[in-house]
Design a protein around this ligand. Structure first.
Ligand SMILES: *Cc1c(COP(=O)(O)O)cnc(C)c1O
Length: 421
């Protein structure tokens, strides 16, 4: 595609954008009385205008029915609530519906998955993860390792980019897995790395982990709703994600898990159980003796957080309506345009660390600004750009295809250009 660094070009792209109408389905925050340029959908997605209605419907059912809402809610009976998102989530992560369920929060789910899938022995106990993983994931891995009586410095192997490089090479990840196969219990990586925006090759990493007789798990916080995923076919053992980033389901919104169907019927796997994972037909008999539901449902603990899950459904419906392949097609163009414009600045101070290959990234570009990065960022903020600053010198910018426009991208460039000149 031939891009042009002009406002006219951006406007023309917007008027030809089949998804343009979706911007109106979101509340865009204002800065200086104007729609801001919201590039932090990777951190907290914007609120769909339909969210209020979904939540109000639950408040109405609760108001009118009290406990009867569990089975007789007018809108969505709460007993079945985790089922309403299943099909839509399965499509987004490339799984069978019985392989996914929404529940809890992300870090909690990571721990619950570790209970089942990190089962170290005295000789096979190591975990490979990327260096600089999201802190919560680091804390979770370190505390899990300690919980099993190992030292993080011994048990956790972090993989870093080669000297002079910013992102990881799949071959290096695979080689490291092979080199540690004897002692390796788990490979735990991001789907999309939160800092660099790199989209890892889930299939290759999983294959290498399985060849080493280890489990493969993925944190898809920055991947779900952003990049195409094929979890089932990749063979990954488990995955977790949150819903408040690209999935626009509100701060602290309900998380989700994937458990591959090969583990679906394995009731031998240790797990921390709760009544919502217990056989649904028997659940209200309140009897002793846990019988797990088949598939991911068997990992549920608690009855569903309905208000948060209502917001989740409102947003998932928009994904369904827009179609993920359409969103991805626009995303590739939109981020391609951002990349073109940043390169067009021809500034020695500005560079992109996110991979340029389309299948190695989602919508986010991580832009390094040398010298005055923080000043540039603060000025962008003043001028209505909502982006994200990471020490020491990176601005993360994520144009989201559901509500960002080519004009947003152009205006961002234009502000940045004026500042650098
Ligand atoms: C956003 C994010 C988290 C946040 O975890 P919560 O439990 O939802 O607070 C954790 N890990 C990764 C990789 C993230 O991107």
């Amino acid at each position: 595609m031939n891009f042009e660094a002009s406002k006219e070009f951006a406007l023309a792209q917007d008027s030809n954008d089949p998804l343009l109408g979706y911007r109106q389905k979101f509340h865009i925050p204002k800065v200086n009385d104007k729609d801001c340029i919201y590039f932090t959908g990777n951190s907290l997605g914007l609120q769909p205008t339909s969210t209020k209605k979904y939540i109000e419907e639950e408040l109405e059912d609760w108001r009118n029915l009290g406990v009867e809402g569990h089975f007789h809610a007018k809108h969505r009976p709460w007993f079945h609530y985790h089922k309403f998102s299943k099909e839509l989530l399965a499509q987004l992560v490339g799984a069978k519906p019985e392989e996914v369920v929404s529940m809890n929060n992300l870090t909690s789910n990571l721990h619950f998955m570790m209970v089942s899938f990190y089962r170290p022995s005295s000789s096979k106990y190591k975990i490979i993860m990327e260096a600089g993983a999201f802190p919560s994931d680091q804390y979770a891995m370190e505390s899990q390792v300690r919980f099993h009586g190992f030292e993080p410095s011994q048990a956790i192997i972090e993989i870093s980019p080669r000297p002079g490089e910013e992102t990881l090479r799949t071959e290096d990840i695979v080689n490291l897995i092979e080199a540690n196969s004897e002692e390796l219990a788990l490979v735990m990586m991001s789907g999309v790395q939160y800092y660099t925006g790199q989209f890892f090759n889930i299939k290759e990493i999983t294959k290498a982990a399985h060849d080493a007789n280890a489990m493969a798990g993925f944190d898809l916080a920055h991947a779900i709703g952003n990049v195409p995923l094929k979890l089932h076919d990749s063979g990954a053992d488990f995955a977790v994600w949150c819903s408040y980033k690209y999935l626009n389901s509100g701060p602290g919104g309900v998380s989700g898990i994937f458990v591959h169907e090969r583990h679906a019927k394995n009731s031998e796997l240790p797990r921390f159980a709760g009544w919502w994972g217990h056989d649904e037909a028997q659940r209200f008999k309140m009897e002793k003796g846990f019988i797990p539901m088949k598939g991911a449902d068997g990992w549920q603990l608690s009855n569903v957080n309905v208000l948060s899950s209502a917001a989740h459904l409102a947003s998932l419906e928009l994904f369904k309506e827009a179609g993920f392949s359409n969103l991805r097609a626009k995303s590739i163009k939109l981020t391609g345009y951002l990349e073109f414009l940043v390169n067009n600045l021809k500034s020695d101070e500005v560079s992109i660390i996110t991979p340029d290959a389309i299948d190695e990234r989602g919508c986010q570009l991580s832009i390094v600004i040398k010298n005055n990065g923080r000043m540039v960022f603060d000025e962008l903020t003043k001028q209505g750009v909502v982006a994200d600053w990471r020490e020491p010198e990176v601005i993360r910018v994520a144009p989201v295809p559901l509500y960002n426009s080519f004009t947003d991208v152009y205006n961002f460039y234009s502000i940045l250009k004026n500042m650098l000149n």
